[in-house]
Design a binder for this molecule. Structure first.
Ligand code: GMT
Length: 377
């Protein structure tokens, strides 16, 4: 029997797809008998109820009065070392190079006991931070000093190599969804609260950062609703929310665009949609498009980053160059008006999510990486 491992996981616990993936991975590994220790500043938001084999270690920041900026990263590195020693961890799996992989490197140096580190790159650490000359060398160090590095798309691997001149291997490990949570659901009752029977529902879910181009979402919807009866549901909150609310008002779309704010039960909400819109400027993967795909909802979006590796153009959605709202709206109109084609897209979505991005498959891939770095293959 393969040895069960003790794994420390550090991620951003309060936001984004990276936190979701890290937490879900921890829960799945715990189900497979591994012992999982989350080392973060707060309980990961997707952790939910009690799970056997899952432990949480809170990083407390020292706010000594001489510190102008309390040094979270140093507290994290110390906590990592402390937990690794006390719990005899085999592996620290960190999500994001900055600061988590750097902290893991420090912890490893402090212990000097053979602790192994695995770093997963999610995007912003490379696509945004690696553009900053002052951080480049630090990110490169964190990557080179990890015992294994994974990235969530081929596009991200390529960009990391180009920007940082990385010489060590980066393994592709796509994001995943749990098929027990994300599957096509009958939400016909709930749907009545949002749209009339003849209305189509378009949806966008994000943190409303400028890279998400939520303004394009509204432009696409504006064109679509001129051709067919439709509603737009906007889910999430973030820096551009007010700007988007003003835009919706100025286009006279207030009755057709509903702002749902942040939502916990993404699988339920996403199932309300006929189409998901994801016209991002940058997107190393686009977890929300996978969540939609698994629920049988096609995505119409941009060709940014890793989106084309996830969404198969002409089969599980349609993609157009960044900013081409004309093409994206035409794709949405054509798809939503053609029932036969729409149903074939729904089927292809569910099939692809199950085949390529299934939780069992990706959990095995991460396990194989852990065993490899520990020499336990
Ligand atoms: O997209 C964000 O603003 C959040 C960010 C995060 O930290 O979760 O998302 C990144 O990681 C996700 C999980 O791997 C990917 O699905 C997103 O595509 C990626 N975001 C970007 O590359 C902009």
């Amino acid at each position: 029997m393969t040895r069960k491992l003790k794994i420390g996981i550090t991620c951003y616990p309060t936001l984004g797809g990276s936190g979701v993936v890290a937490t879900e991975l921890g829960k799945l590994l715990a189900e497979r008998g591994h012992e999982i220790h989350f080392i973060t500043h707060s309980v990961p938001f997707r952790l939910g109820k009690f799970h056997k084999n899952v432990f949480f270690h809170e990083v407390e920041v020292n706010d000594y009065y001489v510190f102008r900026y309390p040094p979270y990263d140093l507290s994290l590195a110390s906590k990592m070392a402390q937990v690794a020693q006390m719990q005899q961890l085999d592996i620290l799996h960190v999500h994001y190079a900055i600061p988590h992989a750097v902290c893991a490197y420090l912890a490893k140096q402090m212990l000097n006991n053979g602790l192994k580190t695995v770093t997963t790159l999610h995007g912003t650490d490379i696509t945004v931070l690696a553009q900053d000359e002052s951080l480049k060398d630090l990110i490169r160090l964190a990557i080179h000093q990890s015992d294994a590095v994974t990235a969530v798309s081929n596009d991200l691997i390529q960009e990391t190599r180009q920007l940082l001149d990385i010489t060590t291997p980066i393994e592709l490990t796509y994001n995943f969804v749990d098929k027990r949570v994300y599957y096509p659901r009958d939400v016909s009752q709930l749907r009545q609260d949002y749209a009339k029977p003849d209305e189509k529902i378009l949806m966008h879910i994000s943190n409303f950062r400028p890279v998400k181009r939520v303004s394009d979402v509204v432009d696409i919807f504006d064109r679509v609703q001129q051709s067919l009866s439709a509603k737009l549901l906007l889910v999430g909150e973030g820096p551009e929310l007010t700007k988007i609310q003003c835009k919706v008002k100025s286009l006279g779309l207030e009755d057709k665009v509903l702002f749902l704010g942040k939502q916990e039960d993404v699988a339920q909400v996403i199932s309300l949609a006929d189409v998901l819109l994801l016209p991002s400027e940058k997107e190393s993967f686009g977890l929300v498009a996978l969540e939609a795909m698994a629920c049988g909802v096609p995505t119409i979006g941009s060709t940014a980053g890793g989106i084309p590796e996830l969404v198969t153009h002409g089969e599980t959605g349609y993609l157009a160059p960044i900013g081409d709202v004309e093409a994206m709206s035409q794709y949405a109109i054509d798809l939503l008006k053609d029932e036969g084609r729409y149903q074939s897209f729904v089927d292809a979505c569910v099939d692809r999510a199950r085949r390529v991005f299934c939780n069992d498959r990706i959990t095995h891939e991460y396990e194989a990486i852990y065993y490899k770095v520990l020499g336990l293959e």
